[in-house]
Design a protein around this ligand. Structure first.
Ligand code: ATP
Length: 297
Protein backbone atom coordinates (compact mmCIF):
# COMPACT_ATOMS: atom_id res chain seq x y z
CA UNK A 1 0.00 0.00 0.00
CA UNK A 2 1.19 3.58 -0.69
CA UNK A 3 2.61 5.36 2.37
CA UNK A 4 2.00 8.82 0.93
CA UNK A 5 -0.83 10.32 -1.12
CA UNK A 6 -0.32 13.60 -2.99
CA UNK A 7 -3.39 15.55 -4.03
CA UNK A 8 -3.80 18.58 -6.28
CA UNK A 9 -6.66 20.75 -5.05
CA UNK A 10 -8.18 23.20 -7.59
CA UNK A 11 -9.63 26.65 -6.93
CA UNK A 12 -13.08 27.78 -8.08
CA UNK A 13 -14.72 30.87 -9.46
CA UNK A 14 -18.43 31.65 -9.55
CA UNK A 15 -19.66 32.24 -13.09
CA UNK A 16 -22.75 33.68 -11.37
CA UNK A 17 -23.78 34.21 -7.76
CA UNK A 18 -27.33 35.42 -7.07
CA UNK A 19 -28.34 35.87 -3.44
CA UNK A 20 -32.06 35.05 -3.61
CA UNK A 21 -33.19 35.47 0.01
CA UNK A 22 -32.53 34.97 3.71
CA UNK A 23 -33.99 32.20 5.88
CA UNK A 24 -35.23 32.76 9.47
CA UNK A 25 -32.08 30.97 10.73
CA UNK A 26 -29.94 33.66 9.08
CA UNK A 27 -28.66 31.52 6.20
CA UNK A 28 -28.83 33.09 2.74
CA UNK A 29 -30.35 31.26 -0.20
CA UNK A 30 -28.51 31.46 -3.48
CA UNK A 31 -28.25 30.33 -7.08
CA UNK A 32 -24.72 30.08 -8.37
CA UNK A 33 -22.76 28.36 -11.11
CA UNK A 34 -19.49 27.09 -9.64
CA UNK A 35 -16.55 26.50 -11.96
CA UNK A 36 -13.31 24.70 -11.05
CA UNK A 37 -10.17 26.44 -12.32
CA UNK A 38 -6.59 25.25 -12.78
CA UNK A 39 -4.85 26.88 -9.82
CA UNK A 40 -3.87 24.19 -7.32
CA UNK A 41 -2.75 23.81 -3.71
CA UNK A 42 -0.89 20.54 -3.06
CA UNK A 43 -1.81 18.41 -0.04
CA UNK A 44 0.54 15.59 0.94
CA UNK A 45 -0.82 13.00 3.37
CA UNK A 46 1.70 10.57 4.87
CA UNK A 47 1.19 7.52 7.07
CA UNK A 48 2.88 7.63 10.49
CA UNK A 49 2.88 5.30 13.52
CA UNK A 50 -0.75 4.47 14.40
CA UNK A 51 -0.55 6.16 17.83
CA UNK A 52 1.26 9.31 16.61
CA UNK A 53 -0.97 12.42 16.81
CA UNK A 54 -1.75 14.33 13.60
CA UNK A 55 0.74 16.99 12.53
CA UNK A 56 0.10 19.66 9.89
CA UNK A 57 2.64 21.95 8.23
CA UNK A 58 2.14 24.65 5.59
CA UNK A 59 4.39 26.82 3.41
CA UNK A 60 2.21 29.90 4.23
CA UNK A 61 2.75 31.23 7.77
CA UNK A 62 -0.63 33.02 7.66
CA UNK A 63 -2.53 29.73 7.44
CA UNK A 64 -3.34 28.14 10.83
CA UNK A 65 -1.80 24.66 11.25
CA UNK A 66 -4.13 23.40 13.97
CA UNK A 67 -7.79 22.45 14.51
CA UNK A 68 -8.85 25.73 12.82
CA UNK A 69 -7.57 24.45 9.47
CA UNK A 70 -10.20 22.78 7.32
CA UNK A 71 -7.90 19.84 6.51
CA UNK A 72 -7.62 19.19 10.26
CA UNK A 73 -11.43 19.31 10.53
CA UNK A 74 -11.59 16.73 7.71
CA UNK A 75 -9.21 14.46 9.66
CA UNK A 76 -11.37 14.81 12.80
CA UNK A 77 -14.44 13.93 10.76
CA UNK A 78 -12.87 10.67 9.49
CA UNK A 79 -10.62 9.67 12.43
CA UNK A 80 -12.29 11.15 15.53
CA UNK A 81 -11.52 14.03 17.91
CA UNK A 82 -7.81 13.16 18.35
CA UNK A 83 -6.72 12.04 14.89
CA UNK A 84 -3.60 9.82 14.81
CA UNK A 85 -1.55 7.89 12.27
CA UNK A 86 -1.04 10.58 9.59
CA UNK A 87 0.88 13.78 8.96
CA UNK A 88 -0.14 16.38 6.37
CA UNK A 89 1.69 19.11 4.49
CA UNK A 90 -0.04 21.86 2.57
CA UNK A 91 1.57 23.92 -0.22
CA UNK A 92 -0.70 26.95 -0.70
CA UNK A 93 -0.97 28.66 -4.08
CA UNK A 94 -4.65 29.61 -3.97
CA UNK A 95 -4.95 33.00 -2.23
CA UNK A 96 -6.97 33.18 1.03
CA UNK A 97 -9.95 35.52 1.53
CA UNK A 98 -10.29 35.50 -2.24
CA UNK A 99 -13.64 33.76 -2.77
CA UNK A 100 -11.76 30.99 -4.59
CA UNK A 101 -12.59 28.26 -2.09
CA UNK A 102 -8.97 27.33 -1.28
CA UNK A 103 -9.63 26.07 2.24
CA UNK A 104 -12.70 24.12 1.11
CA UNK A 105 -10.77 22.47 -1.72
CA UNK A 106 -7.97 21.46 0.68
CA UNK A 107 -10.65 20.06 2.99
CA UNK A 108 -12.18 17.92 0.23
CA UNK A 109 -8.68 16.71 -0.69
CA UNK A 110 -7.98 15.71 2.92
CA UNK A 111 -11.16 13.59 2.97
CA UNK A 112 -10.17 11.88 -0.28
CA UNK A 113 -6.50 11.47 0.70
CA UNK A 114 -7.05 10.09 4.21
CA UNK A 115 -9.65 7.59 2.98
CA UNK A 116 -7.29 6.39 0.28
CA UNK A 117 -4.11 6.27 2.40
CA UNK A 118 -5.71 4.39 5.31
CA UNK A 119 -8.07 2.37 3.08
CA UNK A 120 -11.01 3.46 5.25
CA UNK A 121 -14.32 1.68 4.54
CA UNK A 122 -16.09 4.97 3.68
CA UNK A 123 -18.40 4.92 0.66
CA UNK A 124 -18.47 7.77 -1.88
CA UNK A 125 -21.92 8.73 -0.55
CA UNK A 126 -20.60 8.87 3.03
CA UNK A 127 -17.59 10.90 1.90
CA UNK A 128 -19.94 13.32 0.17
CA UNK A 129 -22.03 13.61 3.36
CA UNK A 130 -18.87 14.41 5.37
CA UNK A 131 -17.89 17.05 2.79
CA UNK A 132 -21.36 18.61 2.85
CA UNK A 133 -21.26 18.76 6.66
CA UNK A 134 -17.92 20.58 6.46
CA UNK A 135 -19.24 23.14 3.95
CA UNK A 136 -21.17 23.45 0.70
CA UNK A 137 -18.03 24.54 -1.20
CA UNK A 138 -16.19 21.50 0.14
CA UNK A 139 -18.81 19.17 -1.39
CA UNK A 140 -18.45 20.96 -4.74
CA UNK A 141 -14.72 20.18 -4.94
CA UNK A 142 -15.27 16.40 -4.74
CA UNK A 143 -16.64 16.61 -8.26
CA UNK A 144 -15.42 19.99 -9.50
CA UNK A 145 -16.08 20.91 -13.12
CA UNK A 146 -19.19 23.03 -13.63
CA UNK A 147 -22.01 22.74 -11.06
CA UNK A 148 -25.24 24.64 -10.31
CA UNK A 149 -25.60 25.32 -6.56
CA UNK A 150 -29.01 26.14 -5.08
CA UNK A 151 -30.73 26.23 -1.69
CA UNK A 152 -28.15 27.40 0.84
CA UNK A 153 -25.49 26.03 -1.51
CA UNK A 154 -26.09 22.40 -0.56
CA UNK A 155 -28.15 21.40 -3.61
CA UNK A 156 -25.56 20.63 -6.28
CA UNK A 157 -26.49 19.79 -9.87
CA UNK A 158 -23.60 18.81 -12.17
CA UNK A 159 -23.62 20.55 -15.55
CA UNK A 160 -21.84 19.64 -18.79
CA UNK A 161 -18.15 20.52 -18.34
CA UNK A 162 -16.82 23.58 -20.19
CA UNK A 163 -13.93 23.35 -22.64
CA UNK A 164 -10.67 24.78 -21.20
CA UNK A 165 -11.42 28.53 -21.37
CA UNK A 166 -8.61 30.99 -20.54
CA UNK A 167 -8.99 33.27 -17.53
CA UNK A 168 -7.05 36.08 -15.92
CA UNK A 169 -7.46 36.33 -12.12
CA UNK A 170 -6.12 39.03 -9.78
CA UNK A 171 -6.37 39.87 -6.09
CA UNK A 172 -5.07 42.78 -4.04
CA UNK A 173 -3.40 42.46 -0.67
CA UNK A 174 -6.68 43.07 1.15
CA UNK A 175 -9.12 40.20 1.54
CA UNK A 176 -12.84 40.22 2.29
CA UNK A 177 -14.39 38.28 5.16
CA UNK A 178 -17.42 36.32 3.99
CA UNK A 179 -19.64 37.36 7.00
CA UNK A 180 -18.88 41.06 6.33
CA UNK A 181 -19.73 40.59 2.63
CA UNK A 182 -23.13 39.08 3.61
CA UNK A 183 -23.78 41.96 6.06
CA UNK A 184 -23.30 44.35 3.15
CA UNK A 185 -25.67 42.35 0.95
CA UNK A 186 -28.30 42.50 3.74
CA UNK A 187 -28.05 46.29 3.73
CA UNK A 188 -28.96 46.55 0.03
CA UNK A 189 -32.60 47.69 -0.26
CA UNK A 190 -33.20 47.19 -4.01
CA UNK A 191 -33.28 43.62 -5.40
CA UNK A 192 -30.15 42.94 -7.47
CA UNK A 193 -30.64 41.61 -11.03
CA UNK A 194 -30.01 37.84 -11.29
CA UNK A 195 -27.28 36.46 -13.58
CA UNK A 196 -27.60 32.68 -13.15
CA UNK A 197 -30.24 32.07 -15.84
CA UNK A 198 -28.20 34.08 -18.38
CA UNK A 199 -25.11 32.04 -17.50
CA UNK A 200 -27.02 28.73 -17.83
CA UNK A 201 -28.37 29.81 -21.24
CA UNK A 202 -24.89 30.72 -22.49
CA UNK A 203 -22.83 27.82 -21.09
CA UNK A 204 -22.57 26.09 -24.46
CA UNK A 205 -22.35 29.23 -26.65
CA UNK A 206 -18.59 29.79 -26.50
CA UNK A 207 -16.30 31.84 -24.27
CA UNK A 208 -17.27 35.29 -25.51
CA UNK A 209 -21.02 34.82 -25.03
CA UNK A 210 -20.56 33.12 -21.65
CA UNK A 211 -18.10 35.53 -20.06
CA UNK A 212 -20.05 38.61 -21.18
CA UNK A 213 -23.04 37.55 -19.01
CA UNK A 214 -21.15 36.39 -15.90
CA UNK A 215 -21.88 38.40 -12.74
CA UNK A 216 -21.94 38.28 -8.95
CA UNK A 217 -24.22 40.05 -6.46
CA UNK A 218 -21.25 40.77 -4.18
CA UNK A 219 -19.85 43.02 -6.93
CA UNK A 220 -22.49 45.63 -5.99
CA UNK A 221 -21.25 45.85 -2.38
CA UNK A 222 -17.48 45.56 -2.87
CA UNK A 223 -15.58 48.83 -3.17
CA UNK A 224 -12.01 48.02 -2.10
CA UNK A 225 -9.57 50.35 -3.95
CA UNK A 226 -7.56 47.39 -5.29
CA UNK A 227 -10.73 45.70 -6.57
CA UNK A 228 -11.60 48.93 -8.38
CA UNK A 229 -8.12 49.00 -9.93
CA UNK A 230 -8.50 45.41 -11.17
CA UNK A 231 -11.93 46.22 -12.62
CA UNK A 232 -10.57 49.31 -14.42
CA UNK A 233 -7.59 47.49 -15.97
CA UNK A 234 -9.78 44.58 -17.12
CA UNK A 235 -12.46 46.90 -18.58
CA UNK A 236 -9.79 48.87 -20.46
CA UNK A 237 -9.13 45.62 -22.34
CA UNK A 238 -12.79 45.22 -23.26
CA UNK A 239 -13.31 42.34 -20.82
CA UNK A 240 -15.98 41.82 -18.12
CA UNK A 241 -14.49 41.82 -14.56
CA UNK A 242 -16.42 39.64 -12.09
CA UNK A 243 -15.83 39.16 -8.36
CA UNK A 244 -15.35 35.50 -7.41
CA UNK A 245 -17.79 34.56 -4.64
CA UNK A 246 -17.64 37.11 -1.83
CA UNK A 247 -14.25 38.35 -3.12
CA UNK A 248 -11.72 39.77 -3.14
CA UNK A 249 -10.37 38.01 -6.26
CA UNK A 250 -11.67 39.28 -9.60
CA UNK A 251 -11.58 37.25 -12.82
CA UNK A 252 -12.28 37.79 -16.50
CA UNK A 253 -12.80 35.15 -19.14
CA UNK A 254 -10.71 35.73 -22.27
CA UNK A 255 -10.92 34.80 -25.96
CA UNK A 256 -7.46 33.17 -25.90
CA UNK A 257 -4.34 32.78 -23.75
CA UNK A 258 -2.60 35.68 -25.46
CA UNK A 259 -5.35 38.08 -24.41
CA UNK A 260 -5.24 36.67 -20.87
CA UNK A 261 -1.43 37.11 -20.70
CA UNK A 262 -1.63 40.70 -21.97
CA UNK A 263 -4.27 41.56 -19.38
CA UNK A 264 -2.17 39.85 -16.67
CA UNK A 265 0.86 41.98 -17.64
CA UNK A 266 -1.24 45.14 -17.31
CA UNK A 267 -2.51 44.03 -13.88
CA UNK A 268 1.06 43.32 -12.70
CA UNK A 269 2.13 46.73 -14.01
CA UNK A 270 -0.69 48.24 -11.89
CA UNK A 271 1.00 46.71 -8.82
CA UNK A 272 -1.41 43.89 -7.94
CA UNK A 273 0.36 41.28 -5.74
CA UNK A 274 -1.56 38.24 -7.04
CA UNK A 275 -2.08 37.94 -10.80
CA UNK A 276 -2.38 34.66 -12.67
CA UNK A 277 -3.57 33.15 -15.90
CA UNK A 278 -5.24 29.73 -15.90
CA UNK A 279 -8.02 27.73 -17.53
CA UNK A 280 -11.35 26.29 -16.51
CA UNK A 281 -11.00 22.57 -15.67
CA UNK A 282 -13.59 19.77 -16.02
CA UNK A 283 -12.82 17.94 -12.75
CA UNK A 284 -12.02 18.34 -9.05
CA UNK A 285 -9.42 16.89 -6.66
CA UNK A 286 -6.67 14.95 -8.46
CA UNK A 287 -4.48 12.28 -6.85
CA UNK A 288 -0.79 12.17 -7.83
CA UNK A 289 -1.39 9.25 -10.18
CA UNK A 290 -3.85 11.65 -11.84
CA UNK A 291 -6.79 9.36 -11.12
CA UNK A 292 -9.74 11.67 -10.69
CA UNK A 293 -12.28 11.17 -7.93
CA UNK A 294 -15.82 11.57 -9.24
CA UNK A 295 -18.30 10.47 -6.59
CA UNK A 296 -21.95 10.93 -7.54
CA UNK A 297 -23.42 14.16 -6.20
P1 ATP B 1 -14.17 31.03 0.20
O1 ATP B 1 -13.98 31.08 -1.25
O2 ATP B 1 -14.74 29.72 0.64
O3 ATP B 1 -14.88 32.25 0.72
P2 ATP B 1 -11.78 32.19 1.19
O4 ATP B 1 -11.52 32.96 -0.03
O5 ATP B 1 -12.31 32.94 2.36
O6 ATP B 1 -12.71 30.99 0.84
P3 ATP B 1 -9.87 30.32 2.28
O7 ATP B 1 -8.59 29.96 1.63
O8 ATP B 1 -10.90 29.25 2.32
O9 ATP B 1 -10.37 31.60 1.53
O10 ATP B 1 -9.47 30.83 3.74
C1 ATP B 1 -10.24 31.65 4.57
C2 ATP B 1 -9.66 31.57 6.00
O11 ATP B 1 -9.82 30.24 6.48
C3 ATP B 1 -8.18 31.86 6.08
O12 ATP B 1 -7.96 33.21 6.39
C4 ATP B 1 -7.64 30.89 7.14
O13 ATP B 1 -7.48 31.52 8.40
C5 ATP B 1 -8.72 29.82 7.29
N1 ATP B 1 -8.32 28.47 6.79
C6 ATP B 1 -8.72 27.30 7.29
N2 ATP B 1 -8.24 26.26 6.59
C7 ATP B 1 -7.52 26.78 5.58
C8 ATP B 1 -6.78 26.22 4.51
N3 ATP B 1 -6.66 24.89 4.35
N4 ATP B 1 -6.18 27.06 3.65
C9 ATP B 1 -6.29 28.40 3.81
N5 ATP B 1 -6.96 28.98 4.81
C10 ATP B 1 -7.58 28.19 5.70
Amino acid sequence: MNETVILQTPAKINLSLDITGKLPNGYHTLRSVFQAVGIYDTLTVTKTAPEQPLTLTCNDAAVPCDARNLVWKAAVRLLGENPCGISMHLEKRIPSQAGMGGGSSDCAAALVGIRKLLALPVTDAALHAHAAALGADCAFFLRGGTVLAEGIGEQLTPLAPLPPYPLVIAKGSEGISTPEAYRRIDAVSEPLPPDTDHVLENLSRGAEALFSVCGCHFDAVTDLPEVDTIRRVIRERGLNPVLSGSGAAVYAGCADMEQAERCADALRAAGLPFVTVCETVPDGIRCADLSIIHPEI
